[in-house]
Design a protein around this ligand. Structure first.
Ligand SMILES: Nc1ncnc2c1ncn2[C@@H]1O[C@H](COP(=O)(O)OP(=O)(O)OP(=O)(O)O)[C@@H](O)[C@H]1O
Length: 363
């Protein structure tokens, strides 16, 4: 019943198409993140699932049931927004109890459910505080509790952590995931923060400009991006992409990167796909998968900047179209102005068509 199917879903605002023909199947009990930059259509999609917006065309099914014309209050969804929806004149307890009370639940059951949810969200010591005395962090926690207490089969969260501070966000990521595991709800979670999507979601739907770009597990979208948008958007920093032209060499198929020289030979399965293609390609590899190698064995580039973030070091190499980043787990002792020679781990190399941006895959 609580699987969600979006079929050919389109949303237009006047002449502007906010969502272009979205097809997405979210399984019962799945945690799906809708991830993408601002304005990509995440909230529009969510608002249609919630019943706050009507689709221009296409269908939304909950299980087998078509939601066309079903008002928000009848969809059985819980919804938490970026801005906490809390009654500030009430205590935390009264806020949590509000939904079950409106439904006419007996007092003993309300008390039991309020205690359980308060315990789960670490709100127990704050139950009798008035909401207007609470920090933004705690207010958002109470707002999540207020929706979760209704045990909706479908729980929709739209950027619920974007106003809370960074340390609290880390705590809430774990708690939300635990909450979902416990209730086994279908959860749809809108975020522009890939860390939230990567750490919590079973699968991620990556969107851009109203178009669904890829759906996959966090590792799938990280390891095998469907196109250059996903390659750049996922990962911090995103994937390195260098323009070049396939060329045969005595060691196998390589990519001629012009002034940067030629790449190491491509792994056989990627080489087969690249041989079938025509024109320029983008040679991609993750900054975390670059190693420092000896001269002549990789791409030789000047160091332009070095960022140290705790134990991690991000080394910026080259400029303009030849710019590359490499991430190391230690201080590799490189300084601005030096030359570094980097090579990606062979199995991590990905190649994309330059004109369409689509990943070239084996098979
Ligand atoms: N009611 C509306 N009328 C006109 N345009 C709208 C309306 N709602 C959204 N849009 C436009 O549709 C596009 C998608 O908006 P949406 O809010 O879904 O994006 P988003 O990915 O959730 O981004 P954000 O994180 O900034 O909210 C944007 O260009 C937005 O300006």
């Amino acid at each position: 019943m609580s699987a969600i199917h979006l079929q050919n879903l389109v949303k237009k605002f006047g002449d502007f198409t906010a969502l272009k023909t979205m097809d997405l199947a979210i399984a019962d009990g799945e945690f799906m993140a809708l991830l993408g930059p601002s304005g990509c259509g995440k909230s529009t999609t969510m608002n249609m699932i919630a019943g706050m917006e009507e689709p221009t065309s296409g269908k939304i099914l909950f299980g087998e049931r078509d939601m066309a014309g079903v008002p928000m209050g009848r969809r059985g969804v819980g919804f938490v927004f970026q801005n906490y929806a809390i009654f500030t004149h009430m205590s935390v307890r009264q806020n949590l109890a509000y939904g079950p009370k409106m439904r006419g639940a007996p007092k003993a059951e309300i008390d039991r459910r309020v205690s359980a949810i308060a315990e789960m969200l670490q709100l127990t010591p704050l139950l009798d505080r008035k909401a207007d005395r609470l920090s933004v962090n705690i207010l958002q926690r109470a707002a999540i509790g207020r929706s979760a207490i209704m045990e909706p089969a479908i729980f929709l969260l739209d950027e619920p952590l974007s106003n809370v501070d960074a340390a609290f966000r880390a705590v809430m990521r774990t708690e939300l995931k635990q909450l979902q595991r416990q209730f086994r709800q279908t959860m749809v979670y809108v975020t522009h923060d890939q860390l939230e999507a990567m750490t919590m979601a079973d699968r991620i739907a990556v969107m851009d400009h109203g178009v669904l770009q890829q759906v996959g597990t966090p590792l799938e979208v990280y390891n095998n991006p469907a196109n250059v948008f996903v390659a750049r958007f996922i990962g911090a920093p995103g994937m390195n992409l260098l323009r070049g032209r396939p060329a045969e060499s005595d060691r196998g198929l390589v990519i001629d990167l012009g002034p940067l020289g030629v790449t190491p030979p491509l792994p056989a399965e990627i080489a087969a796909a690249v041989r079938r293609a025509q024109g320029d390609v983008l040679y991609g590899f993750r900054p975390e998968q670059a190693a420092l190698v000896k001269h002549g064995q990789g791409l030789s580039l000047p160091v332009t900047f070095v960022e140290r973030i705790g134990a991690r070091t991000i080394v910026h190499l080259g400029q303009g179209e030849s710019a590359v980043k490499a991430v190391f787990d230690n201080d590799v002792g490189l300084a601005i102005g030096q030359t570094a020679v980097v090579a990606p781990a062979a199995q991590s190399v990905r190649v994309f068509e330059a004109t369409t941006g689509i990943a070239m895959k084996a098979g």
